[in-house]
Design a binder for this molecule. Sequence first.
Ligand SMILES: [Zn+2]
Ligand SMILES: [Zn+2]
Length: 136
Amino acid sequence: MSFSGGCYCGKIKYEADGDALMKLQCHCRECTYITGGSANLTMGVAEAGFKYTQGAPSSYKRDDIDGAVTRDFCGDCGTPLVTRLIPGAPGAVLLKIGSLDNPAEFIGPDAAIYTDEKHDFHTIADGVAQFTKLPE
Ligand SMILES: [Zn+2]
Ligand SMILES: [Zn+2]
């Protein structure tokens, strides 16, 4: 399986070879800033199979919290693209489902994480495993 994606304005494109390692919805406070308020839908793939094929993203990493991830986004249109350099998932990058060329390939999450930061207006589908932080 391979996945392709990019940003809203079309400046940045990426490709990821390999199957999905994990399919998540994250309810953490950091993610709700990025999404605009909803849970963050992401799919983990091997970092080794991921590459930007057009353009270069802007990146941001908080320096005031432990275990901060690096978030890539388009510096022009702001589309969140990828989360990488993830202390809890070495060797993986998380593709933002909204940036996939075909978001339907996500099908749906396997797990909801950081549910201890979930809001009442966030919903979790039946059959989706739930973790207050990360899976052990
Ligand atoms: Zn863009
Ligand atoms: Zn999160």
